[in-house]
Every structure is written in C-alpha cells, then in structure tokens.
Design a protein around this ligand. Structure first.
Ligand code: S3P
Length: 447
C-alpha cells in the first residue's frame, strides 16, 4: 500500500493544504481528539462568573475558546496559562465582571459573542462594546438581542442586528421566551442573562438543542429545571455559582471527520478515544447508522456529568444514501458539511432538509459545500433548506477553498482522501478555529 502525500504551504496570510492519496488508502490506529468546543467556552465563562477556583482539564486550545478567554480576562477573570494540562480560572462572582477598557473581540466565534451577550446585558451599571472578525460581523445577532431586549436589556447594533454591538448593562426582568429556532446559543444566552435576574427565566425551543449549559450550570450550583416534553429550560435567579472541576471530553464534532474518513475508505479500522456522546450531540451517529456505516461505541462511561465513549469505525464501500432532517438537525448541526462528504460516497440520493440555519454559520455552508464538492466532481443540488447529493460517482482532485470556515476546510480534506489525484485546499488555516492539530492527526492516520 502506498502512503498519502500531505503538504502544507504557508504564505503570509494563508495555508494551502495539498493532499494526494493512494487509491487504496485506509485509515488505521488509535487517535485522541481535541476538547469539546461548546463545553470549553462554557467552562471558561462559568468559571469567570463563579466564586472560587474552576480547574479545567482537556480545554480546547482552538482559536474560538482563546477568544472567550481573552474577553473574560479583559473583564477581570484570572485565567492561568492555557497551554497547560490543567487550566485554572479564578472566578470573580456573578455580576462582578469589570468594565473592559477596550472593545471585546469574539474573533470567529458565534458562541463567544452570543453567550457573552447574555452575561454583559445583565451586568448592571457597566458598558461594553463587542466585535468579531468579518464572518462574525455578518452573522445575525438579533436572535439574541430581541429576547434580551424583552428582558429590559439595552443593546445597540448595526442595521440588521449586526456587530459591532454596544451594551449598557441593566438589572433585567425574567421572561418565558419561545424561540422559533432550536439554538443552544440562543437558549444559553437567555439562561445566562437569567442567572443574575430575580425570578424564573425560561426558554422553550422547537426541538432540543445541545444541553451543555443546563448540565454545567447545575454542576456549578444554579437551580435549573428542564422539561423534555416542551424542550424548555428554566434558570432560577439570582443564582450563586461555585467554582468546580471540569473535565472536557473530546469533541464529537471533531471526531466526525475521522468517522466519515474511516467509513468511506474500505479496510479502515480507526479508534477515536474519549469522545463526548451527549445525546443532544450524537445525531452524526444516527445518520451514519442510517447510511449503514460500521461505527461502534466502546467503553461507554460518564465523566464529570457528560457521557463519554470510544468510537470505532471500520470502512467499507457500501454506504447507503440517507434522509437527514427534522429533529435530527439540531443534534448534528455542525456535522452537515462532513455528512455531505459521506453522501457523495453513498449509493443513491441523500436529501438533507430543514437545515436553513447552515446559511448563517461561519459561512453559508449549504452554498459553499455545494460549490466545493461539485468542483471535486460530486453531484450536488442546493435546496433552500438543504442539499441533495447523489453519491457513488468517483471524485477527482481539484482546487477548492474553505471560505475561511473551519468545518469546510476539514470536510474538503476528508473528501480529498478518496478523490483521484491531488486536491489543493486554500485557506486551510481555518481548521485551527476548532481543531489546531488537524493536519498532524491526518498525517498520523493515513501513514
Ligand atoms: C453551539 C451551538 C450551535 C453550534 C455551534 C456551537 C454552542 O449553534 O452550531 O458550533 O456551543 O452553543 P446554534 O445553537 O446557534 O445552532
């Protein structure tokens, strides 16, 4: 068996990743993946709001959590060196963040901006300004600004609810907010605003989104009530948070790239260790099972309030098309780009629907995946709320572009592993937003 050639060229601003796979590529070995991005953000934020010390193990050192750490340091939280196995956050107590002397920069991170907004809006007497990179400044913030304004928040934005934003913190009033979208960012923003607010603040959503905030808030001592029948979560304020040890499991959204890589490369046998398998995040496992991929869970356990397992994937070339829509979407919202790659290797037509939210992620992921996968020779039709992908036709190498979106960069790299000839991925540095060691692990598994 020949090995793949993987080269990374660094220009002044961008990385160009070129992948030339052998025809019989198989992925083998055991790999660890970086910490969960959602849990990492929340551990830093709740640690900063808590009294006492929060010790975080397994924190993701991606650019997004680094943005969160920088924002909370600027507001007085004492966060230790992030490049160590154990990161500590000395909290300053709920409502005690200092007014930052400069603009807070959330970088590329929607989670940082939206969750932080609930915290800032409820910090009475303080003034904050918040911005982000070009992608984040084009993403809708009205979905969190409006419910916060219902609570009495004072927030100013550019036209259309775009950042930069300005916030004059207030004592807020509790609300029961019924969200039209299943969004953990919206839910978490309002619950965080409710922490400092006297009374019960409730969010209901049309389908259950990831529940890491609810779990971690409880672990830190807040009173949180959940009603699974109505997909509602309530926080009782004012809360008091006490610093806790947090163990961050591996991110299933990062594991997803290797699950699909293994599933589409016959002869692969890959073990992905220590993956968070919270049921609000495992839609990717359900979708891959539907497509008849061979994925098994081993060594299932619970670590610090979150379910964890090792995932084993074995490759074959008989994947079947699937239907991905409805309540499954919030459970695999970040995995749709890589599922589109799986679909390009599956027999039949995969339909992805109810996924219009993808148009307002780090890029318009429906449009970008449709154009980039088509360049590789896949048969893809864009729908207003999804994609239609007819698989089974061999892909060929081509020049593609991440559009600065981390998940697009990595999805295209996995597609390239099973394309004929070299594929060049422009702006591949985007991967570091959620997966700084992606190219190293790629080299490890294709050896
Ligand atoms: C996240 C929630 C999701 C997801 C994002 C992280 C979170 O966004 O896409 O990567 O940590 O709460 P929405 O809740 O807006 O869908």
């Amino acid at each position: 068996m020949q090995t793949a050639s993987i080269t990374l060229k660094t220009t002044e601003h961008h990385h160009v990743l070129t992948i030339s796979p052998p025809v019989d590529l198989a992925l083998t070995g055991a790999i660890a993946i970086p910490g969960d991005k959602s849990i990492s953000h929340r551990a830093l934020m709740l640690g900063a709001l808590a009294e006492g010390t929060t010790e975080i193990r397994g924190l993701l050192l991606g650019e997004d959590p680094l943005s969160t750490a920088a924002c909370f340091r600027a507001m007085g939280a004492n966060i230790s060196d992030l490049n160590t196995e154990r990161v500590t956050v000395e909290g300053i107590g709920l409502g005690q963040l200092q007014e930052p002397a400069d603009v807070l920069n959330a970088g590329n991170s929607g989670t940082t901006m939206r969750l932080m907004l609930g915290i800032l809006a409820s910090h009475a007497g303080r003034f904050f300004t918040v911005t982000g990179d070009g992608s984040l400044r084009s993403r809708p913030m009205s979905r969190v600004i409006r419910p916060l304004q219902d609570m009495g928040a004072q927030i100013w934005s550019r036209a259309g609810g775009l950042a930069p934003l300005a916030v004059q913190g207030q004592a807020l009033r509790p609300i029961h907010y019924t969200s039209l979208i299943a969004s953990a960012q919206v839910k978490s923003c309002i619950l965080l605003a409710g922490l400092a607010t006297e009374g019960k603040t409730t969010v209901s959503e049309p389908a259950l989104s990831r529940d890491h905030s609810e779990r971690m808030l409880r672990a830190f001592g807040a009173e949180v009530l959940v009603d699974p029948d109505t997909c509602s979560a309530t926080v009782v304020g004012p809360a008091r948070l006490i610093g806790q040890p947090v163990v961050v499991p591996g991110d299933i959204s990062s594991a997803a790239f290797w699950l699909v890589a293994g599933a589409i490369a016959p002869g692969s046998d890959l073990l992905i260790q220590n993956v968070g398998v919270n049921p609000t995040r495992t839609g990717i496992l359900d979708a891959l099972a539907q497509m008849e991929a061979d994925v098994t869970l081993e060594n299932a356990r619970e670590v610090a309030g979150e379910p964890v397992a090792d995932l084993r994937v074995r490759g074959h070339n008989r994947l079947k098309a699937g239907h991905i829509g409805g309540d499954l979407i919030p459970r695999l919202i970040d995995e749709i780009p890589i599922l589109a790659v799986a679909a390009a290797f599956a027999e039949g037509t995969t339909v992805i629907s109810d996924a219009a939210e993808l148009r307002v992620k780090e890029s318009d992921r429906l449009a970008v995946m449709a154009t980039q996968l088509s360049r590789l020779g896949a048969t893809v039709t864009e729908r207003p709320d999804g994609l239609e992908i007819t698989g089974g036709k061999p892909l060929h190498g081509a020049e593609v572009d991440s559009h600065t979106d981390h998940r697009i960069a990595m999805s295209l790299a996995i597609a390239a592993l099973r394309a004929t000839g070299p594929t060049t991925i422009h702006r591949a540095e985007a991967a570091a937003v959620s997966y700084p060691g992606f190219v190293d692990t790629l080299r490890q598994v294709v050896r």
